[in-house]
Design a binder for this molecule. Structure first.
Ligand code: GLC
Length: 614
């Protein structure tokens, strides 16, 4: 190891040392554990491959690389997509043909089938599920991706381990050192106090926040499923070991670490145990640790909450936390707009997001592996006399095809018998009516569903940030009803949209006229346009505009004198935008035609991308 590379580590450490030490001591007041942490950082730095260190240096020189307009993500399950990690490597040409240069590999670490929560109950952070491959396969995949300019994202499930993790097994056997890594209680006294203030994540499939372990006579805290034991980050051993796991995975070539369920990682009696200030201390320390050892690695925080709670996870300019966060309220509000065909609330939501500093990078998406929770701004909706409970019921009915003109094919998720609350599952295409339309064979309905899928993607691509496709959406993949017959999955309706990639359908994406072809080529065209025009970069100013019709969303992007107007029709009727711009000629980026747009018509479920000329 040359002096030069060691100096590189020491310089990065020096930059962050004082703040890191201060935060660590404030949380743990334990100098020897801090010393141990720093030694391990040095070790992980020394072990990091030269190829990855080169990527670190490149990205350090271009720290805003992820704010560009040419990034497009796709999230996929390795087994559903290609069987194994090596299978994914073989499918990289398909990923490239989909214009994707960022793949999120859904959880693939060792887990126990049937007690896995889709891989979010990790048994061993350094082992890959045998059916998917090995750590060497992962390294080969990340290398192959890097050669093609593809970034690789993975989940880091740091709030809990599986009950089958070595620590949990030893804790269950009564080893005090390991019990102290979780929350163990020998009576209901303290759990009972927690239950007074801590809400439930899975009220139907996993009620309560504690699980009784009869064999050792203790309760253990289990915020999610009973087999997912919450880690106790008050114990510095837990922090140090989990940071070592993070760096171990980063050193396998992972570029983006999705911090799963991050708001939950600190618990405090008498609180909701969400978003506590210590969570931010931990994320800030993690950011610095990454910048010291593997500065090219980005942190993507999973904060599925209202905007006021999401934004603090960006930290401040001087003390940044996550690089990226999910634009979750926008996603939920988008589906609300699909159901109501009224863009008023979406406009308000987008105005809030557009008003945030431009260095905040959001991950935009229509669907992901989870349900759609109806976290909307109900205070705003109440101005129109819309109440939360009845509105959620309306949305859930709509997306199950029970209301109005809906031909959606969604299913409920975690219906709470007490509050009447429920969330929703289904793929984009099935929620947009494609499944029902194909079943009925009605050509007009098929057209309308395809138009709606494409329009929603066009709208998503117009937002600032990184758009991420849910694998299969690029060919309009439908729901997978077979999960109902699988005892390991039947209770969790999220499997409705976690079906196997339909490669036969993917081949149809090459046959003109098929729905797969129509969706794939339309998205491809939009993705290419987006990647080629900096008006879509995070640097551009974005705002909404009044179109004169509530069903028609108007978005404007501006950068260095250029302007793009996007119009998106959420209704099943053609709509006319009046006076969005009274003068000037605009180029329709999709058709190549030019228009004056003082009055312009947008087809049912259609959209326009209009760029000002000259
Ligand atoms: C995150 C994941 C979700 C999982 C939960 C528990 O919210 O997105 O799928 O159930 O964490 O790990």
């Amino acid at each position: 190891m040359s002096q030069k590379t060691i100096d590189e580590f020491e310089q990065r450490l020096k930059k962050h040392h004082d703040e890191l030490r201060w935060l660590y001591m404030e949380l743990y007041d334990n100098g020897s554990m801090f010393f141990e942490l720093v030694e391990r950082l040095r070790q992980f730095y020394l072990e990091r491959r030269e190829g990855l260190k080169e990527i670190d240096r490149q990205k350090e020189r271009d720290p805003h690389w992820y704010r560009r307009n040419d990034l497009l993500g796709m999230m996929l399950y390795i087994d559903n997509f290609a069987g194994t990690i090596n299978g994914v490597r073989e499918k990289l040409p398909y990923i490239e043909s989909s214009n994707v240069n960022y793949i999120h590999l859904m959880p693939f670490l060792d887990t126990v089938p049937g007690r896995s929560d889709g891989g979010y109950a990790v048994k061993d952070f350094r082992k890959i599920q045998e059916k998917l491959g090995t750590m060497e396969d992962l390294e080969e995949l990340t290398k192959a991706c890097h050669e093609k300019g593809i970034q690789v994202c993975m989940d880091f499930v740091m709030n809990h381990t599986s009950e089958d993790h070595e620590w949990a097994v030893r804790a269950r056997n009564g080893e005090g050192e390991y019990m102290s890594r979780y929350f163990f209680f020998d009576s209901w006294d303290i759990p009972g106090i927690y239950e007074k203030t801590v809400p439930q994540v899975f009220p139907t499939t996993a009620p309560g926040n504690f699980t009784w372990l009869p064999e050792c006579g203790h309760y253990v805290m289990t915020t999610f499923y009973p087999y997912q034991w919450d880690l106790n980050y008050r114990n510095p051993r837990v922090f140090n070991e989990m940071m070592a796991n993070f760096l171990y995975l980063a050193n396998r070539g992972i570029d983006i670490i999705r911090i799963d369920a991050v708001p939950y990682i600190w618990k405090e009696l008498g609180t909701q145990c969400r978003n506590l200030k210590q969570v931010h201390t931990i994320v800030r320390m993690m950011r610095m640790i990454g910048e010291i050892v593997c500065p090219s690695v980005l942190l993507l925080g999973e904060v599925v909450m209202e905007p006021e709670k999401v934004v603090p996870y960006f930290g401040t300019t001087e003390k940044p936390e996550c690089h990226m966060l999910y634009n979750v309220t926008t996603m939920a509000t988008t589906w609300h707009t699909v159901a109501t065909r009224d863009t008023t609330l979406l406009r308000e939501q987008l105005d809030k997001v557009f008003a945030l500093p431009k260095q905040y990078v959001f991950l935009n998406y229509l669907r992901c592996h989870d349900d759609i929770g109806w976290g909307l701004d109900y205070d705003s909706l109440s101005r129109f006399g819309i109440q939360e409970r009845s509105h959620k019921a309306y949305l859930n009915d709509f997306f199950r095809g029970l209301r109005g003109l809906s031909n959606s094919r969604g299913e409920l998720y975690n219906e709470d018998p007490v509050t009447g609350d429920a969330r929703l599952c289904g793929t984009t295409a099935s929620l947009c009516g494609l499944q029902a339309a194909l079943e009925s064979g009605n050509a007009d309905e098929i057209d309308r569903a395809i138009d709606s899928v494409v329009m929603l993607h066009a709208y998503m691509f117009t937002l600032s940030g990184i758009p991420v496709l849910y694998s299969g959406d690029e060919i309009g993949q439908l729901n997978d009803d077979s999960y109902h017959d699988d005892p390991e999955k039947a209770a969790d309706s999220r499997y409705l949209h976690r079906g196997k990639m339909n490669w036969e359908a993917a081949r149809k994406a090459e046959q003109p006229g098929t729905p797969e072809y129509r969706i794939f080529t339309a998205l491809s065209n939009l993705e290419t346009l987006r990647a080629g025009d900096t008006i879509f970069s995070c640097q551009a100013e974005a705002s909404t505009i009044d179109t004169g019709d509530p069903a028609l969303l108007g978005l404007v992007r501006g950068l260095e004198g250029e302007e793009l107007v996007g119009l998106f029709n959420f209704s099943n009727e053609p709509k006319t935008a009046s006076a969005v711009r009274s003068s000037g000629r605009y180029l329709d980026l999709v058709t190549g035609q030019t228009h004056s747009i003082s009055r312009i018509s947008v087809p049912a479920q259609g959209f326009l991308w209009l760029k000002r000329m000259g």
